[in-house]
Design a protein. Structure first.
Length: 244
C-alpha cells in the first residue's frame, strides 16, 4: 500500500517573494502546509478538527532541499504525502514542481501528535493515519543531524506577538526561518542561494517568551550557517543551512 498523494496548483503571489522575486523559505513552507491542511480538512484531520478533540499536530524536524526557489507569478504545483508512521512519529513529504514537472523544492518532515491541554506527546492512533493511507514502520526514518554549536556573538532579540501564535497555542514553526535568516546581512542573502536546510525543534515558544537568535558562519568546503533560537538556557530550535 502507498500513501495517497494530494496536490494543488498555485500562482506565486508577489507578497510571498523577496526583493529578487523569489519565494522566501518561510513562504515555501507555509504554502506546503496550506496544501497539507487542505488535504487534512477533507478528512476532518485539520488543525481545527483536531483541536476540537483536544489534539494537535506539531512538527519536530524538517529537511529541505532546494534546486531553486519558485518565482513571482510562476505557476507551480505543490504535492504532499503523509507517507509513513510509527508509534510516536508521522512522516510527511512535500515537493514543488514547475509547469514542466521539474522539482524545485523537496521537504521531508517529522510530526508528533500532542494533547493540547497537557502539552505532551501521545501515541499515534489508527484513526488519524489510516484515512491518509500512511504505511506503518517498525523503526524510524533517518534525518540528518544538526550539529550542536557554541554561539558567543551575533545575538539578536526576538519579539513574539499575538499574530505569531497558531491554533496549537504556540509560535507557528515558519517564523523560526525568518528569525534565523534575519541574523544574516543583506549582502550575504543577496549573493547566496539556499541549498539545504535542516531544523530541529526542541522546545516550543509561546506568547510571553523572550527568545534570542544566534548565527555562526563556517566557510569551509561548503558554505554553512548554523543558527539557534534560544530562550535563556532553553534551546527552542537548531538550524543548519548550506548555501551556493
Amino acid at each position: 500500500m502507498t500513501a495517497s498523494i494530494y496536490s494543488e496548483k498555485h500562482k506565486v503571489p508577489f507578497f510571498f517573494t523577496n526583493k529578487n522575486g523569489e519565494m522566501s523559505l518561510s513562504s515555501v513552507l507555509n504554502l506546503g502546509l496550506l496544501v497539507s491542511e487542505n488535504q487534512l480538512n477533507s478528512l476532518k484531520l485539520d488543525g481545527n478538527s483536531m483541536a476540537e478533540r483536544g489534539l494537535g499536530w506539531v512538527v519536530t524536524q524538517y529537511h529541505i532541499e532546494v534546486t531553486r526557489m519558485p518565482k513571482v507569478n510562476e505557476e507551480v504545483e505543490i504535492f504532499t504525502q503523509a507517507k509513513s508512521y510509527n508509534k510516536f512519529f508521522c512522516y510527511r513529504d512535500f515537493w514543488i514542481e514547475d509547469e514542466a514537472g521539474n522539482e524545485l523544492v523537496r521537504i521531508n518532515s517529522i510530526w508528533v501528535l500532542i494533547d493540547l491541554k497537557e502539552r505532551s506527546v501521545i501515541k499515534v492512533t489508527a484513526d488519524v493515519v489510516e484515512p491518509l493511507g500512511s504505511v506503518e514502520l517498525k523503526g524510524m526514518e533517518k534525518f540528518p543531524r544538526v550539529k550542536k554549536t557554541d554561539f558567543t556573538d551575533n545575538r539578536r532579540e526576538i519579539h513574539i506577538g499575538y499574530y505569531n501564535i497558531d491554533i496549537n497555542q504556540h509560535v507557528n514553526n515558519a517564523y523560526y526561518f525568518d528569525w534565523a535568516l534575519d541574523n544574516l546581512d543583506i549582502e550575504f542573502l543577496s549573493q547566496h542561494q539556499i541549498k539545504t536546510v535542516d531544523i530541529k525543534y526542541e522546545n516550543e515558544l509561546v506568547y510571553g517568551d523572550t527568545p534570542e537568535s544566534f548565527v555562526k558562519i563556517e566557510d569551509g568546503e561548503e558554505l554553512t550557517t548554523y543558527h539557534r533560537i534560544q530562550t535563556e538556557e532553553n534551546r527552542n530550535a537548531d538550524l543548519k543551512i548550506t548555501w551556493q
